[in-house]
Design a protein around this ligand. Structure first.
Ligand code: SF4
Ligand code: SF4
Length: 78
């Protein structure tokens, strides 16, 4: 009964240029570009539950703005 551990992409807003490559490559379409108050576009994970953790966005990002971060699973405490 292994609980699936998942990693989620964390987007570094300083590195993200809003190019949108990660949005286009995400299979479940859980990334979107949001406009920040300064009118710059930034990639945002709008549906963390729908993210499969495939890391395609990380591979695709030309600016190394995305890092996969392992989410600790509370059901897996020892
Ligand atoms: S890890 Fe995969 S599913 Fe999750 S946001 Fe990136 S491309 Fe989409
Ligand atoms: S691919 Fe990288 S730089 Fe481009 S929008 Fe996504 S996170 Fe930002």
């Amino acid at each position: 009964m292994a609980t699936e551990r998942k990693a989620l992409p964390v987007i570094n807003p300083t590195r993200c240029t809003g190019c949108g490559w990660c949005v286009g490559v995400c299979p479940p379409h859980v990334l979107s570009l949001e406009t920040a108050p300064n009118w710059q576009k930034k990639s945002t994970l709008h549906d963390a539950a729908g993210c499969t953790g495939c890391a395609k966005c990380v591979v695709k990002c030309p600016f190394d703005a995305i890092t996969m971060v392992r989410i600790p699973d509370p059901a897996d405490s020892r």
